[in-house]
Structures are given as C-alpha cells and as structure tokens.
Design a protein around this ligand. Structure first.
Ligand code: SAM
Length: 388
C-alpha cells in the first residue's frame, strides 16, 4: 500500500507552522517522528525488519547481542561482580535486550542473577512490542521500563543502538560567510524550506568550539539534543559505562568539505530518499551522529572516552569469527549455512554493510581506564581459515 502521509499530523504541523510563522527543521522533525499520537515512532507500525522500513544490527542476527553480552560480562567483573544495571534507551522491537539476556542467562548465570535490565523508551507502541518479545525475562523479574531520571545512581552500563541518529537535527547552510538555518513553511499546498538566521546561539557556539565550519554553500546537520542527552546520561550514572552504537563520524569527517548536502536521509520500506515533506509520519528520518560532540559533552560531566572504533573491529574483538564458525558447524543444511554467512556478513562488511559506517563509543565514569575486551587488536585475533 502506498502511504503518502498522516492527514492529522499534517494538519497539526501546519497549525504549528502558522502559529509560529515557521518551524525550525528540528521542530518539524520532532513532530514528524515523535508527535504523541501521530508521529512515526509513536504511532502503531512495524518499523524494523523485513516488513518495516529499515534493518538494525540487532534485527539482522542475535549474534550482535550475544557479542555485546560478552563485553557487558567483563564490565560486570570490572565493577566487582555485584548488582548490575543494563539500561537501554530506544530499544525498538526489543531484539537487542532479548539477545543479551538470553546469552547472559545461558553463558553467565551468576551475572544473570545480579542483573536488572531497564528500558527507556519514548514510544508506547514499541513498549508493547518489547514486552511481548521479552515476556520470559519480564516474568523472571529481570526487565522493567522507566524514565531516564529514574536511573539516578545506577551502576552498570547504559546502552543504545541507533538511538542518537533518530534525534531531531537543525539543518544549517553557509552562505556569504554566514551560517543560516533551514525553516519549514507552509504555502497552503505543501511544506517548503526557507533559510533564516540561526534559531539558537548554541549552533554557532558548537562550530566555534570544534574550530570547524561548513564550507560555503554546503548543508549539514547539527544534533544539539545529542550533547544534552549524553550529559543527562552521565548524570544518572554513579559508576559504570556508556556504550553508544550508531552510524556517524568524528566532527572533522562529518563536516568535511566534500559532504555538500550533509547526511540527512529518510527511510521508507527499505528505500532511502531526501524528501522529508513526503510521507510525513510514515517514514523514518535520520542523520549521522557526531561522535566528537558525544565525547566532548560527556567529558564535561565526567565521562571519559575508553574506546571509539568501527563496528567490525568491535565485533571481531569480541569473537565474531569464532561465533560464526560455531554456528556454521551446527548447521547441516548447506543452503541455510550460506544464508547464515550472508546475514552475518552484513554486520561486519564495509561496502553495503554495517561494519565501517557504524561506530562504537564506550565512555566510563568512575571506572579508571580499564582494558576492555573489545580493545583486542585485529592482529591478535586468530585467523580462521575459509570464513567469509
Ligand atoms: C532506530 S530505532 C533503534 C531500535 C533498536 N535500538 C534496535 O537496535 O533495533 C530508535 C529507537 O529509539 C526510540 N527513541 C527515539 N527517541 C527516544 C527518546 N528520546 N527516548 C527513548 N527512546 C527513544 C524509538 O522509539 C525507537 O525505539
């Protein structure tokens, strides 16, 4: 079925545009994705997986969560093997939570017995989906849902996968040496863009802070909320780690001169487009994450960067190859074995896969500078013949 838009959402956005004589693109994106009733993430819909609009690593294969579970187990050891909270914000369909809890339950039962898994989720529709998928672990008293401030004092690890890229972004362009911002207007027939002076001084401040500016004529995104968010996360953690997985770059790469039109994209039924005013409320909108901002803002609240690397390095160091070999050896049907290989390749391959564009940032608060399991160098991993 062709979905063009949600009429109630269009009406509400038009009303707000008229009332304020224009909305910043970030305000428009916030309504399109998170309007309490009609937003893309808040309304009932299959978003992730084959029947949805996009895949995430955790929806590709359970081995993603199984490998993260190994890193979490080491973190539990580093914090003294006591009570440990894993908090996941933006848990989607609950795949990652399920795979992590299943893996810890079967591989590290003592850790499982010390574990609380707390989900912070903005979408009631997703909470329902998560609760169904996680029924067994909910029944065992391991999983609960909460708001971010309720995690105050937590000891453990705060985790997210593809959360930050879904935060609303300001769109900025440089013309005549001045930074300008994209606003959304309504000309009665359709929404349209207009460039205006920056809505908030924080946008200019950020570029001054990092000493980089977009090239004249280039467009880029500024995710102000990402910085506020990591500081809120830092404030609830008493002792522990933050793992943030997402596609993105450091600032010098994100704002490099060759990125003429930034990284903003919409996703609908596994097709990408650059048409935010089409299918409003029926498609996802994202922009690559600025990992420099997360590190700098986190640092100001006591989060020290312990690890920053590409997803393939992270997964390899945690035993991706051994897991693949073990799974293959249990699969007697050659067709299924090949399908498994193809599926798992998506997680680590650079071209057309998630291996390089996805990054993993691990920050720590009050934990010193431990050597993490994911820091094992690729050169030190035993090559396994005949794989991939
Ligand atoms: C792209 S999905 C990622 C889903 C999941 N992590 C995965 O790996 O499949 C983004 C998720 O973040 C949630 N989300 C977005 N903004 C949020 C916020 N401010 N607080 C909590 N959840 C949020 C969405 O509802 C959705 O569950």
């Amino acid at each position: 079925m062709q979905e063009n838009h949600k009429p109630e959402l269009l009406k509400e956005i038009s009303r707000q545009i008229d009332a304020s004589q224009g909305l910043s693109f970030a305000e428009f994106m916030n309504l399109a994705l998170y309007h309490p009733q009609h937003g893309y993430y808040t309304s009932a819909r299959t978003r992730i997986g084959k029947q949805g609009d996009f895949f995430t690593s955790s929806s590709v294969h359970a081995c993603f969560g199984q490998l993260i579970a190994r890193q979490l187990e080491q973190m539990w050891h580093l914090l003294g093997k006591g009570s440990f909270t894993i908090a996941e914000q933006g848990a989607g369909e609950g795949h990652l939570c399920l795979d992590i809890l299943d893996a810890i339950d079967s591989e590290a039962p003592e850790f499982y017995s010390q574990l609380n898994y707390r989900i912070v989720e903005i979408s009631d529709d997703n909470c329902r989906r998560q609760a169904e998928r996680l029924q067994r672990h909910v029944d065992e008293g391991r999983v609960e849902w909460c708001r971010l401030p309720q995690l105050k004092g937590m000891q453990g690890c705060f985790l997210s996968n593809e959360l930050v890229d879904a935060f609303p972004v300001h769109l900025v362009e440089k013309h005549g040496g001045q930074l300008q911002e994209v606003y959304v207007l309504n000309d009665g027939e359709a929404f349209r863009e207009e460039l205006r002076p920056l809505s908030r001084p924080e946008i200019r401040n950020y570029f001054e802070q990092i000493g980089i500016e977009p090239l004249e004529g280039n467009r880029c995104e500024v995710n102000l909320f990402a910085g506020q968010w990591i500081q809120q996360v830092a404030e609830v953690i008493k002792k522990g780690f933050v793992i943030t997985i997402d596609y993105g770059y450091l600032a010098e790469d994100l704002y490099a001169p060759h990125r003429h039109s930034g990284t903003f994209l919409c996703y609908h039924r596994h097709q990408t487009n650059e048409e935010p005013f089409q299918r409003v409320g029926c498609q996802d909108m994202t922009a690559h994450v600025d990992f420099s901002r997360l590190q700098m803002a986190g640092q100001q609240r006591g989060l020290k960067t312990l690890y920053f690397g590409q997803q393939y390095q992270f997964l390899m160091a945690l035993g991706f190859l051994e897991l693949l070999v073990a799974m293959q050896s249990r699969e007697s049907d050659p067709k299924k074995a090949q399908a498994l290989r193809m599926n798992l390749k998506t997680l680590v391959l650079p071209e057309g896969g998630m291996g390089e564009s996805f990054k993993v940032l691990i920050q720590g608060k009050n934990v010193g500078t431990p050597e993490l399991r994911c820091q094992k160098r690729i050169q030190d991993i035993d090559p396994v013949a005949g794989i991939i």
